[in-house]
Design a protein around this ligand. Sequence first.
Ligand code: 5AD
Ligand code: SF4
Length: 441
Amino acid sequence: MNVYDSSRMADVVAPLGYESSETAADADLVILNTCHIREKATEKLFSELGRLRTLQKAKAEKGERMIVAVAGCVAQAEGAEIQRRAPYVDMVFGPQTYPQLPEMIARVTRGAGGILNTDFPVEPKFDALPQQEKTGISAFLSIQEGCDKFCAFCVVPYTRGAEYSRSIKAICEEAHLLIEKGAREITLLGQNVNAFHGMAEDGSVWGLGKLIHALAKIPNLKRLRYTTSHPSDMDAALIDAHRDVPSLMPFLHLPVQSGADPVLAAMNRKHKAADYLDLVGKLRAARPDLALSSDFIVGFPGETEADFAQTLDFVRTVGFAQAYSFKYSRRPGTPAAALPNQIPEEVKDARLHALQEILRDQQIKFNQSLVGKTLPVLFDDDGRHEGQIHGRSPFTQSTYIPLPPRGRDAIVGQELQVIITSARQNSLKGDLAIPLGGVRE
Ligand code: 5AD
Ligand code: SF4
């Protein structure tokens, strides 16, 4: 979501004459887009600001100006603190306000003082944004923002606000535009994307399953994905879409957070471990090759050794293709921050280590299970090394093949069958099953 927001901010300031610069030292405007989910991300902000202050001063000595801004969820949650600790920051603004960037920049340039903007404007943010300027082969399309789930550990409902779904018309128009500009894969974005309930022109309300069916009809749209989902919002229509829509990729990021019911209850997750297993059964029945990804938090307040052991068992039962795991981070203002029985750091470290070992093994095992198979790969860019080209498998792994003699442009944007020849933890290697043009080159 932050990658998407950053590129949208670039779109908003482009008409003012701003272009991307390679380094901060060259920039007239630097926006740090921030994440407030865990404490570590917040700490990074202040060290980064210190570095920018040096650049800002050096520019000032040459009579030039560098506007420094902090955007995103740390700005939303800790705006006044940022202004106090770093008074040289010209603008501090939350994730709902960046369509107003031109006005904010104008005010700073007029010397009207520092800006703190953490409003939740009445006009929905997405309606106030210009079209996406550029797109790669793989594009993001934000369809939903905010969250009403209030998991006890999470800041999102406070920083991003209440759940809001865009209209079907606006989403379909943006999807068509992205495809016209060259995108071949669209990832539908939202903090709680499967809670989507967008209004259609006839006044009916569509869920994500119905939206996916409609988008899949767009010519040249080869692949659809969505992220991130809550298990309680996986309805039958969405599960059926995994069975009925071939372009909906067989990969799902579905955070579970813990495999132990007492912890899930304390987290206010609104589902039990068995509900998740049941859901996985239904999803795999709908799409047998579905690969699963998840998020885990270890060391949530009150998590016992027995609870944690249940999480490990849970992971072994499901089998994940990949997953993200985090130590619980106490976020001021969230209900969990006030809970007794906070877990000591060294216990969290040990649990994280144990969990990550199992998840890493599962990821390697999953990737190795693909060796010898033929998979469709959507090629999108140069590879890491000279003479390679990069694409993504249906399960999102980076996949590298030797650059065909006809060159990059002959292959980028195409989805081609690749025989997988080797696998590592984070990537696959392979060869085209049918050489380009049908003749061996
Ligand atoms: N501490 C640790 N991890 C967290 N996440 C959200 N809030 C916290 C927190 N306070 C994790 C969850 C979520 C992911 C985006 O970040 O696993 O799914
Ligand atoms: Fe946060 Fe996700 Fe829970 Fe919403 S569903 S409160 S975004 S963890």
